[in-house]
Design a protein around this ligand. Structure first.
Ligand code: HEC
Ligand code: HEC
Length: 392
C-alpha cells in the first residue's frame, strides 16, 4: 500500500549516538565560544576558556571515534583521496552525483576542515591564555608569544565562521538535491532507505565491542596524558611574574598605602616611578613628602620592580606613558583604550570614586596580574531611604 509506505517509509540507521551528540553539543559550544570571544567583554574569559576546553575534549574524542567508531563515523569512510573529491564535484555539476548514506566526499572535506580549525583554535587559545594572561598550563610562555597567538586565534575564528556558513549551505543544498533532510537525520540518526543504494550492514552504525574497548582505552591514555601534563605544568613557576603584594617592603606598603592602596610597581616603568618619587611634594595635588632616606629606599625598590621587570599584560601595555602625565597608569593611551567601554559615571560613583582606584574593580590589582576573569565592578551602594514622614 502506497499510503502506508510513505507514512512509514523504511529507514536506514546512519549516525550513531556519539556522532549525533558530538555534533549538536559542538554547535552549542562553538556558538557560546564565538559569542563570548567576539561580542562579550574580556570579563567572560573563564567561561570562554571552559567552552573551548570542552570543545577540544569533544574533538579529540571525535578523532578517536573517527578511527575506532562504526563505519559512517570513520575518517576512512569520508576522507577520500583528492581524485575522488574532484570526481564527486564534477558529477555534482553534471547532476549525476550519487547520494551517500554517510558523508559525501565533499562533506568529508568540510568535516576535516572544521576539525582542523577547531584543533587550531584550541591550541592558539591555550597559548594565548598562557602567554598573554599567564594562566593555565602554558603560563610559562612569553607575553609576545601570547599576543601573536591571539591574532592567529582571531583569524582562525573568522575562518571558522566562514566554514560554518559554507557547511550550512552545503547541508541545505545536499538536502534539496537528495530530498533528505540532513539536519533531521543528524538528530534521529536515520535516513530514508534509497532504492539506488545498497543498504549498509548493521555494523555500519554499531562499533564492535573490540573497537569500543580500543576507543575507550585510547581516550583514557590521551586524556590521562593531557591531564598529567596540565597538572605538572601548573606547578611550574611563572617567569616574568610581578612582585607579590605580600613581598612589598614595609616602608612602601605603609607610606604609599596610606591614602590609596599600594600599587603594584609593575604598572609603571622605572622612569615614571623616579619622576613620581621626585615630585612627592605635589602628588596629584597632595603633599606626600617623605624623609630623604625613605624616599631613596622606596625609589630604588620601585625602580628594581618596575614594569620592565615583568612580562604581564599591564607591564607591557602601561610601559608607554602619556608624556603630559607620565606618573599615572590610568593616563596611558592603552589604559584609556581598554576602559572606554566602562562609563565615566561608573568610575565616579561609590565605592570606586576614581579611575585610579584599580583595586575596587580588579580583585588581583595589588599582585599586579589584572586577569580579566578577576574583574568585578562593585554595585552602587543603595540610596539611603528617605523618611516617609507621618511619624513625627
Ligand atoms: C597624601 C595622600 C597620598 C599619599 C601618601 C600617596 N598618594 Fe599616590 N595618589 C594620591 C592621590 C590623591 C592620587 C590621585 C587619585 C586620582 O587621580 O583620583 C594618587 C595617585 C597615585 C598614582 C596614580 C594611579 C593611576 O594610575 O591613576 C600612583 C602611581 C601613586 N599615587 C603612587 C604613590 C606612591 C608610590 C606613593 C608613596 C610614595 C603614594 N602614591 C603616596 C594620594 C596619595
Ligand atoms: C570601574 C572599574 C575599573 C577600574 C577602577 C579599573 N578598571 Fe581596569 N578594567 C575594568 C574592566 C571592566 C575591564 C575589561 C574591559 C573590557 O575588556 O571590556 C578592565 C580591563 C583592564 C585591563 C586589561 C585586562 C585584560 O587582560 O584584558 C587592565 C590591564 C586594567 N584594566 C588595568 C587597570 C588599572 C591599572 C587600573 C587602575 C589605574 C584599572 N584597570 C582600573 C574595570 C576597571
Amino acid at each position: 500500500m502506497i499510503a502506508r509506505e510513505t507514512r512509514e517509509a523504511p529507514t536506514v540507521p546512519v549516525w550513531d549516538l556519539f556522532v549525533r551528540l558530538f555534533h549538536w553539543t559542538l554547535v552549542g559550544l562553538v556558538t557560546g565560544a564565538l559569542v563570548t570571544g567576539f561580542l562579550l567583554p574580556a570579563t567572560w574569559i573563564d567561561i570562554h576558556v571552559l567552552l573551548g576546553l570542552t570543545m577540544a575534549a569533544l574533538v579529540i574524542g571525535r578523532i578517536i571515534w573517527g578511527v575506532f567508531g562504526p563505519r559512517h563515523a570513520r575518517f576512512r569512510d569520508f576522507i577520500r583521496p583528492p581524485g575522488e573529491v574532484l570526481a564527486h564535484l564534477r558529477e555534482l555539476l553534471r547532476g549525476t552525483a550519487p547520494a551517500h548514506y554517510g558523508h559525501n566526499p565533499l562533506g568529508g572535506m568540510m568535516i576535516l576542515a572544521l576539525i582542523l580549525a577547531l584543533l587550531a583554535l584550541a591550541v592558539t587559545g591555550l597559548v594565548t591564555w598562557g602567554g598573554e594572561f599567564k594562566t593555565g598550563p602554558l603560563a610559562i610562555l612569553s607575553y609576545a608569544t601570547g599576543v601573536a597567538s591571539r591574532n592567529l586565534h582571531r583569524l582562525i575564528a573568522w575562518a571558522l565562521l566562514g566554514l560554518v556558513a559554507l557547511h550550512v549551505l552545503g547541508v541545505v543544498l545536499e538536502s534539496l538535491r537528495t530530498r533528505e533532510n540532513l539536519a533531521r537525520a543528524m538528530v534521529t540518526g536515520v535516513k530514508r532507505h534509497r532504492a539506488d543504494l545498497p543498504p549498509p550492514p548493521p555494523e555500519a552504525v554499531r562499533a564492535t565491542p573490540r573497537n569500543r574497548i580500543m576507543a575507550g582505552a585510547t581516550a583514557a591514555i590521551v586524556f590521562g596524558a593531557l591531564a598529567g601534563w596540565a597538572l605538572v605544568s601548573l606547578t611550574k613557576p611563572i617567569p616574568g611574574a610581578p612582585v607579590a603584594a605580600a613581598a612589598f617592603p614595609d616602608d612602601y606598603a605603609t607610606e604609599c598605602g596610606d591614602c590609596h592602596k599600594a600599587y603594584n610597581p609593575t604598572i609603571l616603568p622605572a622612569a615614571s616611578w623616579q619622576q613620581l618619587m621626585a615630585s612627592l611634594d605635589n602628588h596629584f595635588g597632595e603633599d606626600a613628602t617623605l624623609d630623604e632616606e625613605t624616599t631613596r629606599s622606596i625609589t630604588d625598590w620601585l625602580t628594581a620592580h618596575a614594569a620592565e621587570s615583568a612580562d604581564t599584560k599591564p607591564a607591557h601595555l602601561f610601559r608607554k606613558v602619556d608624556p603630559r602625565n607620565p606618573i599615572a597608569a590610568s593616563a596611558t593611551p592603552a589604559w584609556k583604550e581598554i576602559h572606554k567601554r566602562v562609563a565615566s559615571e561608573i568610575f565616579e560613583r561609590a565605592p570606586i570614586y576614581t579611575r585610579s582606584n584599580c583595586f575596587a574593580c580588579h580583585q588581583d590589582a595589588a599582585d599586579g596580574w589584572y586577569y580579566p576573569g578577576r574583574i568585578e565592578i562593585p554595585d552602587a551602594p543603595p540610596k539611603t531611604p528617605q523618611p516617609t514622614g507621618g511619624n513625627g
